[in-house]
Ligand binder design. Structure first.
Ligand SMILES: Nc1ncnc2c1ncn2[C@@H]1O[C@H](COP(=O)(O)OP(=O)(O)O)[C@@H](O)[C@H]1O
Ligand SMILES: [Mg+2]
Length: 509
């Protein structure tokens, strides 16, 4: 392998990239210096990933040039970028699940070395890199056995083993738990003593904690550049969205009345056959938002699935308006008035290959309103979809494109539009703003509060403490499948919730 030179400067100049109907990059110029961390921010669809893909040689710019250390480069493929010392960790990890960590790293090296690789050498390289950067990985673990955070570490090790001197990280924290995020920030800060980094994130407190400089993209244009230390997260947010961003808050008095939804002693097994829910208890009243805080992996997934008829309940009860619904089918649960915004948008929330229009009526294709004699009434459905696109600000060329081709925020709006407009009596809402920009998050929060006003009970499962504290009437904390405690909003604060999320109960204090 050729020796990779230090990268003292990466510069892009006047880059323009057009996709059919979209100007994804509009005359973009940027510069990243040695050992510098540049945060690249902007709403979903602003053009961040497209620009990075051009730097990596995945796409070719229509116009403009890229320079490394003042010399123009033309990357025909990611291999060219790797050879120049540039590495990228994509939003979707590119690891092979049924191969080991070592084999995945070897695959990456094989591409850049273009030779057969010696696994013993690779193992040495992995150990070196993981020791040097403090990135603990088990070379013999299979990828499918690892958590999202661990997989990300493997991606980093893989990239560093290829000799990266310049790292591009595309929304690296959007799928991480708050703890994993903190660890990553510390790690990147340390790495920046040796490398330069472009860091893409929607979370402005991360941008603030990590970056030296910040550039904001909007509709494919750089609309702002500055030194991070000169601006507050709130100012960056306003520059990013083009308006003041207010947080959406529930400031209402505590909700009274009998619960409409009650879980008693629920025991549910995980896919790995241990009890993911272990005598879990919780109730929600009409017009109440109950936030369930917790580090993901503590039973949240199994809880949402059990409620929606997607997972077997071993013992215990789920009562919905006085009726027991545990072990009913999803169709029965939906018919009783349950709405569901699932964690896995592309798997459980939409059928990606179907159009927006088809996804909009997914749960109601047999309803009298949308069909007659089992034939869909396209005129009514299209009028309806048009209205939904309008009301929920779903940005797409038209309603016939595949829902899977939309950005994360817009997919979430499709799901939200469908679930809300069906007028549910209750809504289970899982990590609703994960990976979304602030504008989309604010919109979704407003919709949840509006539902609450209409008397709908909401179970809000989230890892974002700010979101939980801003929206919830009461807050429960899940740890290892048990409800640790339920607090009124005014009793809760981040440190109290953090302690409960870490599994330290009130009795232990
Ligand atoms: N391969 C592609 N084909 C067509 N349009 C694309 C493609 N990739 C991205 N786009 C469009 O380019 C714009 C910028 O997208 P992207 O770079 O992914 O934004 P961001 O990463 O900031 O969310 C969006 O309008 C998106 O729909
Ligand atoms: Mg992107």
């Amino acid at each position: 392998m050729a020796e990779i030179k230090e990268i003292k400067e990466l510069r892009v100049e006047h880059i323009t990239k057009r996709f059919p109907g979209v100007l994804a990059s509009d005359d973009i110029s940027l510069r990243v210096g040695e050992h510098e961390i540049l945060a690249l921010v902007g709403e979903n669809g602003a053009g961040k990933t497209t620009l990075m893909n051009m730097i990596m040689g995945l796409y070719q710019p229509d116009e403009g040039s890229i320079f490394i250390n003042g010399e123009q480069v033309k990357f025909k493929s990611p291999n060219d970028a790797f050879s120049a010392g540039i590495g990228m960790v994509h939003q979707q990890y590119m690891l092979v699940p049924n191969m080991t960590v070592l084999e995945n790293v070897a695959l990456g090296l094989k591409e850049s070395w273009k030779t057969v690789v010696d696994l013993k050498m690779v193992r040495e390289r992995v150990n070196q890199v993981s020791e040097h950067y403090g990135l603990a990985v088990d070379p013999d673990a299979f990828i499918w056995q690892l958590s999202v955070g661990e997989q990300q570490r493997v991606e980093l090790v893989k990239t560093l083993c290829q000799g990266a001197r310049f790292l591009i990280l595309d929304e690296p924290t959007s799928a991480l738990t708050p703890q994993e995020t903190d660890e990553l920030i510390v790690l990147l800060k340390r790495m920046s003593k040796e490398l330069s980094i472009i860091f893409i994130s929607h979370k402005l407190n991360e941008v603030k904690a990590l970056s030296d400089k910040v550039s904001i993209l909007r509709h494919g244009r750089v609309v702002f550049e500055g030194n991070t230390s000169d601006y507050t997260p709130k100012q960056i947010a306003a520059l990013m969205t083009g308006h003041e961003v207010e947080t959406t808050e529930n400031t209402n008095a505590p909700v009274e009345g009998e619960p409409i939804f009650r879980i008693t002693d629920l025991c549910v097994k995980s896919d790995r056959d241990f009890y993911a829910l272990d005598h879990f208890n919780l109730d929600v009243r009409a017009g109440e938002i109950v936030g369930l805080a917790g580090v993901s992996g503590n039973g949240q997934k199994e809880l949402a699935e059990a409620i929606n008829g997607l997972r077997k309940v071993d013992s215990g009860k789920i009562e919905f308006f006085g009726k027991e619904i545990q072990n009913k089918t999803p169709a029965e649960v939906i018919a009783l008035g349950m709405g569901y915004i699932p964690e896995e948008r592309n798997i459980e929330g939409i059928v990606p290959s179907m159009s927006i229009k088809e996804n909009m009526i997914l749960k109601d294709s047999e309803s009298e309103h949308f069909s007659r004699n089992h034939l869909l009434n396209h005129k009514v459905i299209e009028e309806y979809t048009d209205r939904m696109r309008d009301e929920f600000d779903i940005r797409s060329p038209n309603m016939f494109v595949a829902a899977g081709s939309l950005s994360g925020g817009n997919i979430q709006k499709v799901i939200l539009a469908r679930e809300i407009d069906r007028k549910p009596k209750f809504l289970v809402c899982v990590y609703p703003i994960r990976g979304l920009d602030m504008g989309a998050a604010e919109f979704i929060h407003k919709q949840l509060l509006a539902l609450r006003e209409r008397g709908v009970g909401i179970l809000l499962i989230s890892e974002e403490l700010e979101e939980i504290m801003n929206l919830s009437d009461r807050i429960a904390v899940i740890f290892k499948g048990k409800n640790q405690s339920v607090l009124a909003r005014n009793e809760a604060n981040t440190s109290k919730l953090g302690i409960l999320m870490a599994g330290v109960g009130e009795d232990d204090e």
